[in-house]
Write a protein that binds this ligand. Structure first.
Ligand code: FAD
Ligand code: PYC
Length: 417
């Protein structure tokens, strides 16, 4: 790690910040070929490259990214981290990730600012309460922490919360204390720097435009805007663009792409101690370390590849936030943005081999893949290196949509879609 004295920092600042050492190399051009190539420089792709190099000794590899790393959903998400999903398979996957978050900064020697401040999911109706309690019981049976709070306890945990005198009074909440937030960009940058240090080429502004296959159907190369790159192993982590990339290899996946948006307020002093989500009113909120209230809404109701959502969706979320937290009614919103999320029919991801030899896919995270980044990257690297899934991602196949072994996490996905 580079260290700077106060004087050298000042000199660098005054000199227009010239002379910083880039955190990862920018190779002038791709090599002719690699042992493996990952498509997509988000957290899942960069993380997979990092674990391929670190744990499987595959260092002649590259990550190809059509824009800049972290510029997809990784840098656009609201960073909620939790593992309170319903089914055993999901507990295995999301808790594997949650167990990796507390030491990720040390692992990468890069501060990802993981903050386990607690994620509280509100219940507003008897039905909400029943569903939440079912999740609490299922989680605890799997050794995953989750607890039921009364409305009064929920307010004690989050004092700005209004629990009565509103359209949807709060009847209680499920709290996962180990849940929280992290700094999204730092996750991408930390994995990029770590992978680069192990020899991985990170190729930005390199869009995949085609996938070549041999007479047996196996992958042989990627066509990109920076030339043809040969590889017998290709891992696709292209989030909102998965269908587009997979079509290049003739693979059709059961995915629908939707815009999902979020917005932040002007920054204020620390006022909000945790993360609060409400599925029923389609809104969730936390406070960033910079002081902004980070607020998210539901997906738009139509398929699209635009990275912005409809105004009525964010207005709806803000109405709910103002009812739940009347103290925020006069806050100004600073900016909003959107991402594209790929949604599967059962709202669980696909982390799997594909019918095309040498082609692997990690997708379908919908509105909730950030939390899974370290765990997903770790098991996806295993899948690519060994040409077979890790036991944790073995259930997350493409075939489940034909054989019926669905992992229906619609209720746990938390953002309506
Ligand atoms: P990405 O970070 O999107 O990376 C995919 C990359 O692939 C992109 O950089 C893209 O440019 C690149 N790519 C695409 N096509 C090509 C091509 N042809 N060639 C080369 N590169 C290509 N999840 C949570 O767990 N908690 C949250 O609070 C949360 N909030 C969210 C809020 C919003 C507004 C949004 C949009 C998403 C949210 N998510 C959340 C979901 C989460 O952001 C994603 O599931 C996760 O970041 C996906 O990571 P990734 O690495 O798979 O994808
Ligand atoms: O998956 O927890 C989540 C989430 C919250 C907001 C968007 N996704």
């Amino acid at each position: 790690m580079q260290r700077f004295s106060a004087l050298s920092l000042l000199k660098r600042g005054l000199s227009g910040q010239r002379g910083w050492t880039p955190q990862w190399r920018r190779p002038e051009r791709p090599k002719k070929g690699y042992d493996a190539v990952i498509v997509g420089g988000g957290g899942h792709g960069l993380g997979a490259a990092y674990y391929l190099a670190k744990q499987h000794g595959l260092t002649n590899i590259a990550v190809v990214e059509k824009g800049w790393i972290g510029g997809g959903n990784t840098g656009r998400n609201t960073t909620i981290i939790r593992s309170n999903y319903l089914f055993d398979e999901s507990a295995g996957l999301y808790d594997h990730a949650l167990e990796m978050w507390p030491t990720l900064s040390q692992e990468l020697n890069y501060n990802v600012m993981f903050s386990p401040r607690g994620v509280m999911m509100l219940a507003h109706t008897v039905h909400d309460e029943q569903v939440s309690k079912r999740h609490v019981h299922a989680n605890r049976a799997n050794g995953v922490d989750n607890e039921w709070l009364t409305a009064k306890q929920a307010k004690e945990f989050c004092p700005p919360l209004n629990i009565s005198d509103i359209r949807y009074p709060v009847v209680g909440a499920a709290l996962q204390r180990r849940g929280g937030t992290a700094r999204h960009d730092a996750v991408a940058w930390g994995y990029a720097r770590g992978a680069d240090a192990l020899g991985v080429d990170i190729l930005e502004n390199c869009e995949v435009t085609g996938i070549r296959r041999d007479s047996n159907g196996a992958v042989t190369a990627l066509e990109t805007t920076r030339g043809v790159i040969e590889s017998r192993k290709i891992g696709v982590c292209a989030a909102g663009n998965t269908s587009v990339v997979m079509k290049m290899a003739g693979v059709k996946l059961p995915l629908e792409s939707y815009p999902l948006q979020a917005l932040v307020s002007e920054p204020v002093k620390p006022i909000f101690p945790c993360v609060v989500m409400s599925n029923t009113v389609h809104a969730y909120i936390s406070q960033s370390d910079k002081g902004e209230l980070v607020i998210g809404a539901g997906t738009d109701a139509y398929n699209s590849y635009t990275q912005r959502g409809g105004l009525h969706i964010s207005s709806h979320a803000l109405e709910a936030i103002c009812e739940l937290f009347p103290a925020f009614r006069r806050m100004r919103m600073l900016r909003s943005w959107g991402g594209i999320v790929d949604v599967t029919p059962d709202r669980s991801p696909i982390i799997a081999k594909t019918p095309v030899p040498g082609l692997y896919v990690n997708c379908g995270w919908g509105t909730g893949g950030f939390k899974a980044t370290p765990g997903s990257a770790h098991v996806f690297a295993h899948t690519i290196a060994n040409d077979k899934p890790h036991p944790i991602n073995a259930p997350f196949t493409i075939e489940r949509f034909a054989d019926g072994n669905l992992i229906d996490e619609a209720a746990a996905a938390a953002v309506a879609h």
